[in-house]
Structure formats: structure tokens, C-alpha cells
Design a protein around this ligand. Structure first.
Ligand SMILES: [Zn+2]
Length: 144
């Protein structure tokens, strides 16, 4: 293993760890608290959505900013030294996301995308999930 690839790998690993399941867990716990029932990583749907609420015909993607190219987000910066490696890789991800979301939409799914950088602000997540809460009128949104 040469020096560069080792460096690249460790950088890669740190990103993976950062994008772990944690942001997703936060979103899940909010939905849980409000009393939603949902499935996880449903393989039968395009893009294997992170959270699926069949009753509300809604899927929630919790996207890592880097892997899914969050526009204008500082976490989505491509490292200058490895641009040739990352740019095509990330572009493929972006294209795949687009295709999956288009297919879901066509099947009548409501798609909510929550970005990794947004989960720290619970209010932001609440506002993203608002259409769901509105549909679930019998449940009060907890005050925060
Ligand atoms: Zn972001």
C-alpha cells in the first residue's frame, strides 16, 4: 500500500464514520416520539430509503452531505488533492439519487430529504417533517 492510498483510505474511513447511522437515529427518534411507525432501509423501494412510512406514503432519506453532494454545504467539499477520484464517484451517487427519487415520485411517494448537517437543529428537522405531522393531526407536536 503506498502512502497516498493509505491517506485516502483513512480520510475515507473518517467520512464514513462521520456519516454513520447517528443522524438517521436522531430523525428516527423524533418520528418515534411523535408516534409514527416506520420501516427501515426498505430494499424493495428504489434507493433503499432510510425510513419508510407506508401509511403516509412517505419516505425519508437522511443524506450524508458529502456522499450525496449537499449543494452549497461546506461538508460537501471535495478534497482538492483527490478530485479526479472523488468527482466522478460523487457524480454517480448524485445521478443514482436522482433516478431513485424520480422513480419513487412516479409511484406516488412523498420524499423528505434530511441532510446530515441539519439534524443538529431539531427545529429544522421538525420543519422538514412538517407535512407528516400535519397529516397526523391527532398527535400534538411536542414543544421544544
Ligand atoms: Zn449539508
Amino acid at each position: 500500500m503506498d502512502h497516498l492510498s493509505g491517506e485516502k483510505r483513512s480520510w475515507n474511513m473518517s467520512r464514513i464514520r462521520a456519516a454513520d447511522t447517528k443522524p438517521e437515529k436522531i430523525v428516527r427518534s423524533i418520528l418515534h416520539r411523535v408516534g409514527f411507525r416506520f420501516g427501515l432501509h426498505v430494499k424493495s423501494l428504489p434507493g433503499k430509503p432510510d425510513i419508510v412510512l407506508p401509511k403516509y406514503k412517505t419516505v425519508v432519506f437522511v443524506h450524508g452531505c458529502f456522499w450525496h453532494c449537499h449543494k452549497g454545504c461546506r461538508r460537501a467539499n471535495v478534497p482538492k488533492t483527490n478530485k479526479k477520484y472523488w468527482v466522478p464517484k460523487l457524480e454517480r451517487n448524485l445521478e443514482r439519487d436522482k433516478i431513485n427519487k424520480r422513480a419513487l415520485k412516479k409511484d406516488g411517494w412523498r420524499i423528505i430529504t434530511v441532510w446530515e448537517c441539519e439534524v443538529k437543529k431539531e427545529l429544522k428537522v421538525f420543519s422538514k417533517l412538517k407535512p407528516l405531522f400535519e397529516e397526523k393531526k391527532s398527535i400534538d407536536i411536542p414543544h421544544i
